[in-house]
Design a protein around this ligand. Sequence first.
Ligand SMILES: Nc1ncnc2c1ncn2[C@@H]1O[C@H](COP(=O)(O)OP(=O)(O)OP(=O)(O)O)[C@@H](O)[C@H]1O
Length: 482
Amino acid sequence: MFSFFSSGGQGKNEPSSFSSSAPAEFEPIEPPVSSPGPAGHQPPPLDFSKLQESHEKEGISGIANNLFTQVVLSNPYFAAGGGLMLLGTGLALARQGVVRASGLIYRQLLVDLEIPSKDKSYMWFLEWMSQYKNRSSRHLSVETNFIQHDNGAVSTKFSLVPGPGNHLIKYKGAFMLIKRERSGKLLDMTSGTPFETVTLTTLYRDRFLFNELLTEAKTMALKSQEGKTVIYTSWGPEWRPFGQPKKKRTIGSVILDKGIKEEILLDVKDFLKSGKWYFDRGIPYRRGYLLYGPPGSGKTSFIQALAGELDYNICILNLSEANLTDDRLNHLMNHIPERSLLLLEDIDAAFNKRSQTDESGFKSGVTFSGLLNALDGVASSEETITFMTTNHPERLDPAILRPGRIDYRVLIDNASSHQIEEMFLRFYEGETEKAKEFVAKAAELNVPISTAQLQGLFVYNKNDPDSALSMVETLKTPNHVF
Ligand SMILES: Nc1ncnc2c1ncn2[C@@H]1O[C@H](COP(=O)(O)OP(=O)(O)OP(=O)(O)O)[C@@H](O)[C@H]1O
């Protein structure tokens, strides 16, 4: 007995008789009783007469075609499945379209600015952010600094800078999203801190505000350095500020023998005005100065005061540093921060090392040829002013004294009578008579006296010139402890 569901007027699940004309080879299949079609409809019955017809006309392929038409196209199960499939595909395409469109809109309407932690603007920006009012930040980091006041006192300053995460600010009417991120993988080997980036996002039409914001941050940073000298020291392959900017040392506070200060100052100022002259003649725009003389005569102090006078910063490098190599020296000398004097202290160290390499196998440190290469190789579009100091000029190889490496050399000696008197008057203003007396007594000692020794004695007798006079004998011992 054949039975199947009918979509006709008979009741649901009610079996109906199959036409007796159906051939015996087509066995109708019992449909699943428990699964009614969509919306309660039953799938239409197979029309076997049509199948047979197709079989007679086209053989097996005819049956297949006809079966497909009957089962797939007119079956509500398949029709519903196909519809869902189409719907799913449509939705997936629409989603992809939305993603692409939002990407396009993002690219067209928004603009990003990335500031990596290696860039100078990075700290400027964070500091600026820490003082900016119109911001909404939930993640903060602290930067602790020490600031020196005009009277010399130092106090602690906590800056609450934006921490890693998202922050929103409103700058000149435009909203900006600030995202500070830490690289989990990359590490700055010199400081051991992870690399970071800050990304600023705003509307494309407001992109010019980036420049304004960075300029503002830079001006603010430089303002905090106004009247101060930044001392840079080498930190691995780069220059880093050493502590907070120091109050400028006035040139008047360094007492050198008659005319020395004025002549050096004149020479440097003339050099700074001569950029075009150098470029027109194809000469590297650099000048080297050598200050030599005994310890404590004011060489370093004078260079610091000169930097203050010219409104420059100083990059200090001591050539006797144990881990300084030729490569590092070369790299550092070619990456000096702008508006900075380079100060190479104890340059005779490079010559010591050379002999140590020969005799005792001293391997590390700067070699003589390394120093010469570094001096010759400084190729900067800006001016390069290199000051070198040594207590042992006799140890220097004549090769370094060649113009182009050292163009100006001057002896900064122990205190002359003129310096002793000037120094006395600087500490004890108006005490002209006592100053003369002090000079005479110091001359009687008949020993070299450094200006650093004089400073020590006067600081000990801060407000007491008579006591200083009575203690003049102590100057006989260069390292006298008061
Ligand atoms: N001519 C000077 N005028 C004022 N202060 C001086 C002078 N010379 C030395 N001093 C004081 O002595 C100290 C040491 O001076 P400074 O380091 O400049 O000497 P230096 O010649 O560079 O010594 P070194 O050769 O050992 O490096 C500083 O505190 C400085 O103020």
